[in-house]
Design a protein around this ligand. Structure first.
Ligand SMILES: Nc1ncnc2c1ncn2[C@@H]1O[C@H](COP(=O)(O)OP(=O)(O)OP(=O)(O)O)[C@@H](O)[C@H]1O
Length: 274
């Protein structure tokens, strides 16, 4: 498999806080990689650094063989907050980034046609036809996030970087979004790096789950997800799914110190009772 992203020896500090230590990770073209781990283990920092939004101290990051030293149209980001332009309709929100990229004054009619065709396709793909003329405030959180994803896809990025994109949505909407994003991922043949707190979400969506550990942020282990391209919600009830979930949860508890805390709490409780 050719590598779309290669990270080698990545280390990053915020002042004296070491957020990332010695990260080595290669993401294949067309792969869906999810990042999980205890709070503060550097998931968002790693994603933001990949997106070119953060400088890094040591190490290298390449995307398509080019050094990442800032944001670029090859990498689009989607965040938990939808960050849509409230004064633009759904359709204009989706078109807007393409206009920005080209510079409005340089637009040709061909550019406009191509952008409009792409925007129409994305509106259909994301199930937004009936709200294309609505404004963001008129939409539910799930629909707003669909718009944000469509906008991120407008530039046909090689890599989609998603930071807890469904974190603010209710459980049912999240399930719908999981199936939608898997569908879009397959159709668009993208490479995706996706940060989440939710281990089930990480397994259901990912080809590989990267488990990170804190203090300093580092990769603890990488778990291959043994399920194919076709997935449906019943998969979450399968024993094989539960086994992968347990394996990952064990690693997160082990590396976050939660297990030690619980053991100490149990000891303390026993000593009070005796
Ligand atoms: N802008 C910042 N300035 C200073 N320290 C930061 C900054 N952003 C993150 N950190 C620190 O870097 C470390 C990693 O943070 P990061 O937000 O990447 O972790 P995370 O795994 O995404 O956490 P969470 O799951 O809670 O969102 C933490 O110790 C955090 O306090």
């Amino acid at each position: 498999m050719t590598h779309k992203i290669s990270i080698a020896g990545l280390t990053k500090y915020y002042g004296t806080t070491q957020a990332l230590s010695g990260i080595d990770l290669a993401v294949g073209a067309g792969e869906f990689v999810t990042l999980v781990g205890a709070s503060g283990c550097g998931k968002s920092t790693l994603l933001r650094t990949l997106g070119g939004l953060e400088e890094y101290g040591q190490g290298t990051i390449t995307c398509n063989g080019r050094i990442v030293d800032g944001p670029g149209p090859d990498r689009s980001m989607v965040f938990q907050s939808y960050s849509l332009y409230p004064w633009l309709t759904v359709m204009d929100n989706i078109r807007f980034c393409r206009r920005l990229k080209n510079g409005r004054q340089d637009l040709t009619s061909t550019d406009v046609e191509i952008a409009s065709g792409r925007a129409d396709a994305l509106v259909s793909l994301m199930g937004l036809q009936h709200v294309a003329r609505a404004y963001p405030a008129e939409l539910s959180g799930g629909m707003q996030q669909r718009v944000a994803i469509a906008r991120a896809l407008m530039v046909r990025p090689d890599v989609l970087l998603m930071d807890e994109p469904f974190g603010a949505l209710d459980a049912q909407t999240r399930e719908v979004m999981h199936d939608l994003i898997r569908h879009v991922y397959r159709l668009e043949r993208m490479t995706v790096v996706f940060v989440t707190h939710d281990v089930e979400e990480a397994i259901y969506l990912g080809d590989r789950v990267v488990v990170m550990a804190p203090r300093p942020g580092r990769i603890d282990s990488i778990v291959d997800v043994p399920f194919g391209l076709e997935r449906d919600q019943d998969l979450k009830l399968a024993p094989a799914f539960a086994a992968v979930k347990r394996q990952i949860l064990d690693r997160i508890r082990e590396t976050s110190g939660v297990r030690t805390d619980l053991e100490q709490l149990a000891k303390l409780t026993r000593s009070i009772q005796t």
